[in-house]
Design a protein around this ligand. Structure first.
Ligand SMILES: Nc1ncnc2c1ncn2[C@@H]1O[C@H](COP(=O)(O)OP(=O)(O)O)[C@@H](O)[C@H]1O
Ligand SMILES: [Mg+2]
Length: 240
């Protein structure tokens, strides 16, 4: 069967620095797939290249059977791929509502359809409804993370790329974010999740990959990797 997303022996660099080396990953439609690994392993680099923000130096990316290796980022959004970036990157001096509406730029919606799309996000994230007139900069970290996810969802993606959603957030908020990830899967949205919190990511993931200094070193179901001695020693030991 063809995977929804297939990254084949992708290498990605910054000038002479090779950040990802011959990485191959598959994401089946309807699954949550996690990429775990230490800081600097190349997780963000890989996600950005899937979104089209960084070119591959070699390898290929296929999405729903199409070779998108050379497709520019805006067309990937139109094709059904959305990125919720590391560090949220919401537009600080725009309101919550404006941030959401900007997320739908690729869809050319009528104003009533746009309103419906915003309403859908408010139903998923009730806190954003309460804060819809506030500048994004005034939101808490957790609310900004919710806004970043909601803004990505405004493009109606079939594949959501989610980079470090737990970063810097309190445990209770992290729990809420992971509940949302499960809800999204329940709605048929495929999620490729990058996380340093390996225990949480593997707990939600149908499949997972471990990235170490730019290379995929392990893969399996989330449950398998949670029990894997190498994973436990490196990512789930004391202090994690
Ligand atoms: N803009 C950049 N220029 C040069 N090197 C970079 C840049 N961004 C990331 N890197 C390097 O690429 C490697 C992978 O980084 P990154 O993909 O951000 O890792 P992760 O998301 O797993 O923490 C690191 O060695 C990092 O220092
Ligand atoms: Mg990163």
């Amino acid at each position: 069967m063809t995977a929804m997303l297939e990254v084949s022996t992708a290498s990605i660099g910054y000038g002479p620095i090779r950040a990802v080396a011959e990485a191959s990953i598959r994401v089946e439609a309807g699954q949550v797939v996690a990429i775990v690994g230490a800081n600097g392993a190349g997780k963000t680099t890989l996600l950005k290249s899937i979104a089209g923000l960084l070119p591959l130096s070699s390898g290929h990316i296929h999405f729903e059977g199409r070779d998108i290796t050379a497709m520019p980022p805006h067309r990937r959004v139109g094709a059904g791929i959305a990125l919720s970036p590391e560090g949220r990157q919401v537009f600080p001096d725009q309101t919550v509502r404006d941030n959401l509406e900007l997320g739908a730029w690729s869809r050319n919606l009528s104003s009533s359809a746009l309103e419906d799309a915003v309403e859908e996000q408010f139903n998923l994230f009730p806190r954003l409804r309460e804060r819809q007139g506030q500048m994004a900069v005034t939101l808490s970290g957790g609310e900004q993370q919710m806004l970043a996810i909601a803004r990505a969802l405004m493009s109606a993606p079939r594949l959501l790329l989610l980079d470090e959603p737990s970063l810097g957030l309190a445990p209770l908020v992290i729990k809420e974010i992971f509940a949302i990830i499960r809800t999204l899967r329940g709605r048929g949205i495929t999620v490729l999740l990058v996380e340093q919190m390996a225990n949480l990511a593997l707990g939600v993931a149908d499949r997972a990959y471990v990235l170490e200094t730019g290379r995929v070193t392990l893969s399996g179901t989330g449950a398998e990797l949670l029990l894997h001695p190498q994973v436990r020693a490196a990512y789930l030991g004391a202090g994690h």
